[in-house]
Design a protein around this ligand. Structure first.
Ligand code: B12
Length: 477
């Protein structure tokens, strides 16, 4: 019997998020005939005991840990998950000599930092399906793994990255979606994840998605997406969240996926949520999404002040958002808009313009994040690394490599949260990304109030559950 690859989902935040990335990787290995063991810490009340049990029964060839979130990306709470990942790495290393590799979207946003902060032996950045298979094959043969694509490893005290190869998604078979207990996730209020594409070609100065997922859009064939949805529906799954950075880019693919879902008769069997860009968004897409089971859209609007949108590298204008809002209202689609306050050049005036416009448009739900997470390799991250941005960085003290860094326009300064409070007053249409479960917050990472609402039966996107609880004070789906 060949030694298995042990894959562990380390994301234990509540409410839970199904480990779709790790599931895709695990299934690619199984498909290639590799022996795989999976451990889902999300369902293990005593993770150390389950790890001990697992490692007693099987000596793995390697252990792979998923790092989905490095932190909660909230300027107010600044909660890092890296100390937790470091604890898991240390515990695994106590129990086995097998090398420990990291992977996942959080890892891929900043591989050097995550490796340094956690003590793992190495990692795989970007797509895991082919890279982990290549790593497994090399480990089996005792070959040097540093030459493999997507590898991140240590060499003479430095972290080194080998060239990256992104998977051609058209080549991947339909995932079986049976290695993790997606039904149980749904019962705990999670939406099960699925992708229709990977990558993002937008130029937003702050966003890590192009870094983690690649800048080229790689589309999955709509019929494969639909087969996967059908399979999940047959397993009893009905609440889903698309994991595309922006579902409507490119719009024709989004429409083709919807058409395929409708043709398969799945439109009224599943309910799904997604992220979208404000442009391009037309009536045809709105109708197709509705008919294909879309229950709500989260639009990354960022600002409603045109000069600020330009500085953030966005391609839409506040007028575009106005048109989009009118269209959504006409078509009766459920949605929210996300704002990002505090980017370079932001002033109290640009914030006021944005909040006033959101009110004027009567956007039903607006999420506000104050403070911009600085990710390496983004335009903002590069400006900080080359010190063309020196001010407005938080925390001001060095609190350790795991500590998330934020930028807040010095023209707003630390009074920004107060300014937002004052501008939105007690208007329930506005949520602010602060600490989980703080009144009016929509920080989902360990939000007790949200968990309670789910326990009482609420289902759907977490923003939608919060919206309904504000509107009706109850939990109907
Ligand atoms: C959809 C989504 C959500 C949905 C999830 C719904 C669902 N059921 O999936 C919702 C809205 C709930 C959500 C919530 C949050 N999210 Co979110 N989310 C995403 C999004 C768009 C997709 C993630 C995803 O599943 N991708 C699809 C899978 C297939 O890709 P993947 O995980 O990367 O896996 C691939 C590789 O990474 C690799 N891989 C994965 N695991 C492993 C393991 C090993 C060992 C190896 C070798 C390889 C490997 O192989 C996989 C296949 O190629 C990403 C942005 C993005 N474009 O990816 C943000 C993102 C992951 N979210 C983020 C954040 C911050 C959060 C929150 C913490 C926000 C908050 N404070 O509330 C919460 C956390 C909730 C939780 N419990 O974890 C950040 C994380 C950034 C970071 N550095 O930490 C991201 C990257 C967005 C961003 N750019 O800031 N999110």
């Amino acid at each position: 019997m060949k030694r298995p690859i042990l894959l562990i989902n380390t994301n234990v935040a509540r409410p839970p998020v199904s480990p779709v990335g790790l599931e895709y990787v695990a299934e690619a290995l199984v498909e290639a005939g590799v022996s795989v063991a999976v451990l889902d810490f999300s369902f293990e009340p005593d993770w150390k005991a389950s790890l001990r049990r697992q490692l007693r029964s099987d000596v793995p060839l390697a252990v792979g840990l998923s790092v989905r979130n490095t932190d909660d990306c909230s300027f107010v709470s600044r909660k890092s998950f890296l100390p937790w990942i470091a604890d898991v790495v240390a515990e695994v290393k106590k129990l086995t000599e097998a090398p420990v590799y990291l992977g996942g979207v959080g890892f891929s946003t900043m591989p050097e930092v995550v490796l340094a902060a956690t003590g793992a032996d190495g990692g795989i950045e970007g797509d895991g399906e082919e890279a982990l298979l290549a790593l497994t094959n090399s480990l089996r043969k005792g070959e040097d793994v540093t030459q493999l694509p997507n590898m991140v490893y240590r060499s003479s005290g430095h972290v080194v990255r080998s060239p990256r190869v992104d998977v051609d998604l058209r080549r991947l078979p339909k995932p079986r979606r049976r290695l993790f207990d997606n039904r149980r996730y749904e019962q705990l209020g999670a939406m099960v994840g699925i992708e229709t594409k990977r990558g993002c070609s937008q130029g937003c100065i702050f966003c890590a998605d192009p870094v983690a997922k690649g800048r080229t859009l790689r589309l999955r064939p709509p019929h494969i997406v639909v087969q996967e949805l059908q399979d999940l529906a047959e397993q009893g799954i009905s609440w889903l969240h698309l994991c595309d950075s922006e579902y409507n880019l490119p719009p024709e693919h989004a429409k083709d996926v919807c058409r395929a879902v409708i043709q398969q008769g799945l439109g009224n069997r599943i309910r799904w949520y997604c992220y979208c860009s404000p442009v391009p968004f037309d009536g045809e897409l709105a109708n197709l999404m509705k008919a294909a089971g879309c229950a709500g859209i989260n639009f990354g609007v960022d600002s409603l002040c045109d000069e600020q949108l330009y500085r953030l590298g966005r391609v839409h204008s506040s007028d575009d958002v106005g048109q989009m809002v009118r269209l959504l209202r006409r078509e009766g689609l459920n949605y929210m808009c996300d704002l990002l306050i505090g980017g370079p050049g932001e002033t109290p005036e640009t914030v006021r313009t944005t909040v006033d416009k959101a009110r004027e448009l009567d956007i039903p739900l607006v999420g506000i994040a104050v403070g911009v997470r600085v990710y390496p390799y983004t335009t903002l991250g590069n400006a900080v690394a080359t010190r063309s941005i020196k001010d407005g960085l938080y925390p001001e003290t060095n609190e350790g490599i795991h500590q998330p860094i934020f930028y807040l326009s010095p023209m707003l300064g630390e009074s920004a949260p107060d300014l937002i409070d004052q501008l939105v007053a007690d208007d329930p249409r506005f949520l602010v990304l602060s600490k989980p479960a703080e009144r009016g917050s929509y920080n989902y990472a360990d939000d007790e109030r949200l968990c309670q609402l789910i326990e009482q039966g609420a289902r759907g996107a977490y923003w939608d559950i919060i919206r309904r609880s504000h509107e009706f004070g109850l939990v109907q789906s």
